[in-house]
Ligand binder design. Structure first.
Ligand code: OFO
Length: 171
């Protein structure tokens, strides 16, 4: 059973994960419109991963006998002037998500909610990977600069990313 404050914080964050999914969906179509099909693919996979994150929170809240509730959300950005901007915005957003996960964990510790602490462990590890991926692409884009050929090569590299559902998604 979740305490009132843990429930409220988990439900709020569940909605933030859904916002992440919508943001990356917008990024995918914006990249597609600019002709970067590989970048569009990368963000489409990112969208699917965020839906997994959202579903994990949804299932966890419900499994604890509480009711997961989807809220109205703010409109995610849909315009990104450069390839670098796509990924700088993504890193900024993921750093915000990391902060949220850390705060959730601190609350679960304070409330002596061991089950929620264990549930959040997966997300703590996941955020390391999320930020690392973004930093790697940002590094490449900084090297490439305005070089069109370099951008096309990176686009090709990002086109091979595939969505792999995590084994514990059903949890
Ligand atoms: Fe769900 O990790 Fe990104 O937002």
């Amino acid at each position: 059973m979740l305490s009132k404050s843990v429930y409220a914080a988990l439900n709020k964050h569940m909605n933030t994960e859904l916002f992440s999914a919508y943001l990356y969906l917008n990024m995918s179509s914006a990249a597609n419109e600019m002709g970067f099909k590989g970048v569009a693919n990368w963000f489409s996979v990112q969208y699917q991963e965020e839906m997994v994150h959202f579903t994990k929170f949804y299932n966890y809240i419900n499994s604890q006998g509480s009711q997961a509730v989807v809220d109205k959300m703010t409109k995610p950005a849909s315009s990104f002037p450069t390839l670098l901007n796509f990924f700088e915005e993504t890193l900024k957003h993921e750093q915000f998500i990391t902060k949220c996960i850390n705060e959730l964990t601190e609350l679960a510790v304070m409330e002596k909610d061991h089950a929620t602490q264990i549930f959040l462990q997966w997300f703590i590890t996941e955020q390391i990977e999320e930020e690392e991926n973004d930093r790697e692409i940002i590094g490449k884009l900084k090297m490439i600069g305005d070089n069109g050929y370099g951008q096309l090569m990176l686009d090709k590299e990002l086109s091979v990313r595939v969505f792999v559902p995590p084994a514990a998604t059903a949890a």
